[in-house]
Design a protein around this ligand. Structure first.
Ligand code: SF4
Ligand code: SF4
Length: 107
């Protein structure tokens, strides 16, 4: 079990989630965050904090987001930890309702 950041975070990064994580398992990339599955303790407190509902328990993950399981695990090894909330990306409000944002945008 782990929790997974999905497509809704891409190009938004509101970062409300990182303040509540008790084990600092969020990692920050240029366009979105990921969760380190080796650190996540499945407490679920981050889920209601995300204003765009980007975070799922892996057991509840919609099929369309299945690739994000491996993506979170891989990018968490490469990107630095983020444990303090910061400003969202400048265009976050414009992108927040968009779908399939990662397609063609993999940084
Ligand atoms: S709160 Fe949601 S949109 Fe914001 S950084 Fe966390 S996962 Fe991404
Ligand atoms: S479920 Fe808990 S431990 Fe896992 S990322 Fe969310 S806040 Fe952190």
């Amino acid at each position: 079990m782990t929790h997974v950041v999905t497509d809704s975070c891409v190009r938004c990064k509101y970062t409300d989630c990182v303040d509540v994580c008790p084990v600092d398992c969020f990692h920050e990339g240029p366009l979105y965050l990921v969760i380190d599955p080796d650190e996540c303790i499945d407490c679920a407190v981050c889920i209601p904090e995300c204003p765009v509902e980007a975070i799922y328990a892996d057991a509840d993950l919609p099929a369309a987001f299945a690739p994000f399981v491996e993506l979170n695990a891989a990018r968490a090894k490469e990107w630095p930890v983020i444990n303090k909330r910061k400003d969202a990306l400048p265009d976050a409000d414009r992108w927040k309702d968009a779908k399939n944002k990662l397609a063609g945008e993999e940084p």
